[in-house]
Design a protein. Structure first.
Length: 411
């Protein structure tokens, strides 16, 4: 699973040097010492999720935002920035941030949305099939091109088109479809590789066809299907259905209807499970059902929704029922898939309530005094290096914004 490896690699480059900075968070929104039992909010205090989301956005912008130089307007990989960090974050954390920024714009906040979407183009590499690279110097893209990263950009560009109604986002989505097609081949029976640079290398653990690349490609393609030109629809749908069938045939754990992580070039299966892999397939199945009206897609999405809740949600000491306490960026993707499925499967509302209580607990117990969230939402400082990462704050921002919209809040 690329995400953890890249993040850890970047964090190990960090220096332990600390820089001083004034506390950016509002006094009344600082985490309490110990908080309330179970992370609950006193009855007299009404939780306004969009205000918490905006407060978190402002903290991220102040502590991670780059204000001058060639990468002004981008964000640092870590706070504090380490001596070995690049001049701007890797694409994945920027991608994660944009998912939250899109929600803030939708909630009615001025977050310079259009300009931030435009900065994606600084990661673009025009060589070969064209695609977004993992790094930027603020002007041009470099580094490896990952199929999951490009699909997440695609999802964010679909959202940008819906909010800003600019045709250029449709053209950029079409380019991403072209890049994804370049990653599909017949090895292992079809599907996408994880990374353009690591195709079909048996024995190399990173040479694999993973749930993340294939699941996110489906989620993007089926989102793009709703807005793409009529002439593209048949091919986009057929591509998504091929990837869906491959993932069910190769990575589905039929014992609980959740998904394993990847199939390596040597044919072996990595049976690690992550929340977001099942989430992407829930979203894909839901969308395929609404497009094709074939009920088996909905039945499969519901089965995975039930299985993922049973597998990932456990009784946690001091918290109650809770999703996995670390890797929150993965978990919010599962929750957003539940939000897509809920109109067809009302039980998802109960799954979302549990996550909302977990988010409240994290707000009360899982933040430092400067307002930044720990990776572990129980409040334990398990891995201080990972706590520094922009991606952990992205997860909190997207979670707060998504719950605000789910509750029909607006500024």
């Amino acid at each position: 699973m690329r995400s953890i490896k890249l993040l850890i690699a970047s964090l190990f480059l960090c220096s332990c040097m600390q820089t001083s900075c004034s506390d950016p968070s509002k006094e009344q929104l600082k985490p309490s010492n110990g908080g309330n039992e179970g992370g609950t909010t006193p009855a007299a205090e009404k939780v306004v999720w969009h205000e918490r989301a905006y407060d978190t956005y402002l903290t991220i912008d102040k502590l991670y935002g780059i204000k001058s130089g060639a990468t002004a307007g981008f964000f640092n990989e870590n706070y504090p920035k380490g001596n070995g960090d690049l001049s701007a974050s890797f694409l994945w954390p920027y991608d994660g941030l944009m998912s939250g920024v899109a929600l803030m714009n939708k909630l009615g906040y001025d977050v310079d949305y259009a300009a931030k979407v435009e900065r994606y183009e600084a990661y673009w590499r025009s060589d070969g099939p064209g695609g977004y690279g993992s790094q930027t110097n603020g002007t041009t893209g470099s580094g490896s091109r990952f199929y999951d990263d490009n699909s997440i950009i695609g999802l964010n560009l679909v959202e940008a088109y819906k909010q800003l109604q600019d045709e250029k986002y449709l053209a950029r989505c079409a380019k991403i479809v072209h890049f994804l097609l370049s990653g599909e081949d017949d090895t292992l029976g079809g599907a996408l590789w994880w990374c353009e640079d690591q195709k079909n290398m048996p024995g190399n653990g990173d040479s694999n066809k993973p749930a993340c690349a294939n699941g996110y490609a489906q989620w993007f393609l089926l989102s793009y299907y709703d807005i793409c030109p009529e002439a593209e629809k048949a091919d986009v749908l057929a591509f998504a259905k091929r990837l869906y069938a491959w993932e069910r045939n190769n990575l589905l754990d039929s014992s609980d209807q959740t998904y394993w992580n990847d199939r390596n070039a040597d044919g072996s299966i990595n049976k690690t499970k992550w929340t977001y892999n099942s989430g992407a397939m829930i979203a894909a199945g839901t969308r395929l059902y609404h497009i094709t009206h074939e009920k088996h897609y909905l039945d499969e999405a519901i089965a995975t929704a039930k299985g993922a809740y049973s597998y990932f949600v456990k009784q946690r000491d001091g918290i109650g029922m809770a999703y996995v306490l670390n890797d929150p960026w993965f978990t919010i993707k599962l929750i957003r898939a539940y939000m897509e499925l809920e109109p067809d499967f009302k039980t998802c509302g109960e799954y979302i309530k549990v996550f909302t209580r977990n988010l409240e607990y994290a707000w009360q117990h899982g933040r430092s005094q400067n307002g930044l969230f720990y990776e572990d939402w129980s409040g334990k400082k398990v891995n201080p290096d990972r706590d520094k990462g922009l991606l952990m704050q992205d997860a909190a921002l997207e979670s707060l914004g998504a719950i605000a919209l789910y509750n029909n809040e607006h500024k």
